[in-house]
Design a protein around this ligand. Structure first.
Ligand SMILES: Nc1ncnc2c1ncn2[C@@H]1O[C@H](COP(=O)(O)OP(=O)(O)OP(=O)(O)O)[C@@H](O)[C@H]1O
Ligand SMILES: [Mg+2]
Length: 217
């Protein structure tokens, strides 16, 4: 990454917190300001990643937690090398829907891989080729509200993934892990109150980006 301006911003939070909604709004806003923007997501935003995503989320297989972690990391490595690094090199802002914090929240905390994955940070560094976000937005919303939103989305026809269907206790562990990460890294991870309506959340995102990067609107 040396010599490359880091413009990677990651969007994190529990399933249904509004990441994808806000990522596409932020991208539209930045493009309106004449910024070059690449939007991307995990898992599955490369041709190989698409296949890994199917293995992970379609529900045909239930990987053991260790295999699940390694598949997510394989997707990460492919994603970083094939898409994120070239986009950063080209000078674009890269808005990424989920990244390392999701691995820490889902695979380490919620799957309780804590002991077995003592070297997870090293594994992350390896898979990510050292590419770290300049900023992470954490969309904080109570799990029950996020679940309500997911139910509404499912009713509107969107298929749930294997992880969406996990027990409430799983999503609670994910949520607690994000909160912990926020407390551990308040400079790196900014909290967005995602329980508010979509427009109010969008305003917060813009405010944070303007404040951090001096973007004028
Ligand atoms: N602030 C909000 N208030 C109410 N509903 C919202 C809000 N933000 C998003 N939604 C709705 O909630 C649902 C989930 O939002 P979205 O898909 O953006 O979440 P997500 O965090 O990307 O979820 P996932 O992790 O499952 O991909 C969508 O139907 C969306 O329209
Ligand atoms: Mg999403």
């Amino acid at each position: 990454m040396s010599g490359i301006l880091n413009k990677l911003i990651t969007f994190e939070g529990v399933d249904g917190c509004g990441k994808s909604t806000q990522l596409s709004r932020a991208a539209a806003w930045l493009r309106g300001l004449d910024k070059e923007v690449v939007t991307t997501f995990e898992p599955g935003d490369t041709p190989l990643g698409k296949e890994i995503r199917k293995l992970l989320l379609a529900g045909d297989f239930v990987p053991v937690p260790e295999a699940e972690l390694l598949l997510f990391l394989a997707d990460r490595a492919q994603h970083v090398r094939e898409l994120i690094q070239p986009a950063l090199k080209s000078g674009a802002w890269v808005l990424c829907d989920r990244y390392s914090d999701s691995t820490l929240a889902y695979q380490l905390a919620a799957r309780k891989l804590g002991d077995g994955a003592a070297n997870l940070q090293e594994m992350l560094d390896f898979a990510e080729c050292g590419v770290r976000p300049v900023l992470t937005l954490w969309f904080d919303v109570p799990v029950d509200e996020a679940m309500r939103r997911m139910k509404k989305r499912a009713k509107a026809g969107e298929t749930a993934t294997r992880l969406d269907d996990e027990a409430v206790s799983f999503h609670e562990r994910v949520s607690a892990a994000f909160k912990q990460q926020y407390h551990d890294e308040p400079e790196q991870m900014l909290r967005i109150d995602a329980a508010q309506g979509m427009d109010a959340v969008e305003k917060q995102v813009k405010r944070v980006l303007k404040h951090r990067f001096g973007m004028s609107a």
